[in-house]
Design a protein around this ligand. Structure first.
Ligand SMILES: Cc1cc2nc3c(=O)[nH]c(=O)nc-3n(C[C@H](O)[C@H](O)[C@H](O)COP(=O)(O)OP(=O)(O)OC[C@H]3O[C@@H](n4cnc5c(N)ncnc54)[C@H](O)[C@@H]3O)c2cc1C
Length: 296
């Protein structure tokens, strides 16, 4: 890491020793080095430097779908929060990878554009949402992405992919498979009635407040949907609501969420997840998969 620190200092790229618990919505995880590139050029230069120096790295947006270990992360955590431009032209929103989804949704609303409402309330960045093909209430990023500009780490070049080339599937994209870093994307929306757009955004936020344990740290739905089944419902039917390991708990409000009740360790959360998986396997005979990503 010494090489990287020198590189960052020489190039004036901000960085800091932090704890993963300070930069993730789960509020869990040990020490790590966080890098804050201020431009796409800086982001790419940091990634290239990590590859050249054999330093592990992970690119994060809002840290709302990840779980770090208690031991921390022995590499560079590259946060995209400064790459947050949002611009609207005609019926298209152009956004940088670090732009929060709520900022994008508000910009779309201001311009009278409909289609992004489903994403209002997902506490992630554009980059994380494209990477995960985030979705809610019947909408997914794949429905609105028209193209994505990404950096291919292996080829060291920037490419622009059409929606079809993004390989979107349920909580999946080509960016996961091919070590691409999402730099920006254009979202194609359609003209709508501002009052109706606002009403839908407000309705979706209210539904979240009613159904989700938003007063506790979490990373959202812990498990992916099993084809044709609601995982939260299976967990509830197994009597696991409120099941607790240390500071981690299957939310009493929504069994699909594992929450940090206070002082949870990463180990608590992972042990709880293992228990839930084992119970569902025994009851239903199926393997449920995590939606949250463990950063090793
Ligand atoms: C309360 C709550 C509610 C949620 N509700 C929903 C929901 O309704 N629907 C849903 O889909 N998700 C939901 N989530 C999960 C999460 O918010 C989304 O998956 C979101 O899209 C993640 O974005 P992020 O910027 O936080 O990604 P991060 O957590 O920072 O990263 C997630 C993954 O994306 C990768 N990544 C991030 N940025 C980039 C980039 N620029 N290039 C390449 N890879 C990148 C990371 O390496 C990591 O593997 C919820 C989470 C919480 C806490």
């Amino acid at each position: 890491m010494k090489d990287l620190t020198e590189f960052l200092d020489i190039n004036g790229i901000p960085h800091a020793a932090r704890r993963a618990s300070d930069i993730t919505t789960f509020k869990v995880g040990g020490p790590c080095t966080v890098v804050y590139p201020g431009s796409e050029r800086e982001l790419i230069s940091v990634v290239d430097e990590c590859v050249d120096s054999g330093i592990k790295f992970v690119v994060l947006g809002c840290g709302s779908n990840v779980l770090f270990r208690d031991s921390g992360y022995d590499g560079a955590v590259i946060l995209t929060q400064s790459l947050n431009t949002v611009r609207v032209e005609a019926d298209t929103v152009y956004a940088g990878c670090g732009a929060p989804l709520h900022t994008i949704c508000r910009a779309a609303y201001d311009a009278g554009l409909s289609g992004a409402e489903f994403a209002y309330g997902i506490p992630g960045s554009l980059g994380g949402a494209v990477f995960m093909n985030a979705g809610a209430y019947g909408g997914e990023m794949k429905d609105i992405v028209s193209s994505v500009t990404a950096y291919s780490v292996a080829d060291r070049r920037t490419v622009t992919l059409s929606r079809e080339e993004c390989g979107f599937g349920y909580r999946h994209s080509v960016f996961e498979d091919n070590a691409f870093i999402v730099l920006s994307a254009s979202l194609r929306l359609s003209r709508g009635d501002k009052a109706e757009i606002r009403a839908l955004m407000d309705d979706l936020i209210n539904r979240r407040k009613t159904k989700q344990p938003l007063n506790y740290p979490s990373a959202g739905s812990t498990f992916k949907r099993y084809p044709g089944r609601y995982t939260g419902q299976m967990i509830e039917e197994a009597g696991l609501k409120g099941f607790t390991v240390g500071g981690a708990q299957v939310s009493e409000k929504h069994a699909g969420f594992v929450i940090n009740k206070g002082g949870a360790t990463s180990e608590d959360i992972l042990n709880l997840i293992d228990h839930v998986k084992a119970v569902i396997k025994e009851r239903e005979g199926i393997d449920i998969e995590c939606e949250i990503r463990v950063i090793d």
